[in-house]
Unconditional design. Structure first.
Lengths: 112, 116
């Protein structure tokens, strides 16, 4: 039973345009959500997070939106750059539980 | 060290052999986690260490898998009698404390294990 779902295995966008990566979750206990970026042969690196008490968090070109009623979050990258090409993982946790539950990832390709 | 270090970076082993994967966490990080990523899948939790004790081993897939940690330092994940389904990237992460999942995590680059 996959509790965090990233239904798009891949996404291709043009440099300078907006990239929107989506994530759905089923466990209503999740209250902390993170996006990680992963380059080949490297570990995931933290990108941005959001607590369930917020509906938006912004950091530079990256914004995460959370819709609790729909159990949906999205990551917006504006403007997209070729260096953003990587696999993006959505992850979630709850309370003081240390476990992270990950989606399968979305491969983003930003074309020059 | 500056980051989480894992070794080896790649390991090819024959089915039935035992393997040991090593993780050196960031100095001072008391919490250490092992995850694995099989092809086309997300990361799956394996085990969590707080100091050198493992309060949660629930993610270990079978009794062929074991892990230990020396003090608040190096951890070793051992897989006995490897099977082809064990092929995956094994990732280690550490954090200052085992609190909210993901908060302050730093991941290593992983060990890619291939069982042939």
């Amino acid at each position: 039973d996959q509790q965090v779902k990233q239904n798009s295995p891949s996404l291709s966008v043009q440099e300078g345009r907006i990239s929107i990566l989506n994530c759905d979750y089923t466990n209503s206990m999740f209250d902390y959500f993170l996006w990680y970026k992963k380059y080949p042969a490297e570990g995931p690196t933290f990108l941005i997070s959001i607590s369930s008490i917020k509906d938006k968090n912004e950091d530079g070109r990256f914004t995460v939106f959370l819709n609790k009623s729909a159990k949906h979050l999205s990551l917006h990258i504006v403007p997209s750059q070729p260096g953003d090409s990587a696999v993006y993982f959505c992850a979630a946790s709850y309370g003081s539980n240390y476990k992270l539950t990950f989606g399968k990832g979305t491969l983003l390709t930003v074309n020059p | 060290g500056a980051g989480v270090s894992q070794s080896p970076s790649n390991k090819v082993t024959e089915k039935g052999k035992d393997v040991e994967l090593r993780c050196d966490p960031i100095s001072g990080h008391t919490a250490l986690y092992w995850y694995r990523q099989r092809l086309g899948q997300g990361l799956e939790f394996l085990i969590y260490f707080q100091g050198n004790s493992a309060p949660d081993k629930s993610g270990l897939p079978s009794d062929r898998f074991s892990a230990e940690r020396t003090g608040e330092s190096v951890s070793t994940l051992t897989i006995q009698r490897t099977q082809q389904e064990d092929s995956a990237v094994y990732l280690c992460a550490s954090s200052l404390g085992g609190t909210r999942g993901g908060y302050g995590y730093t991941f290593g680059s992983g060990t890619r294990l291939t069982v042939v």
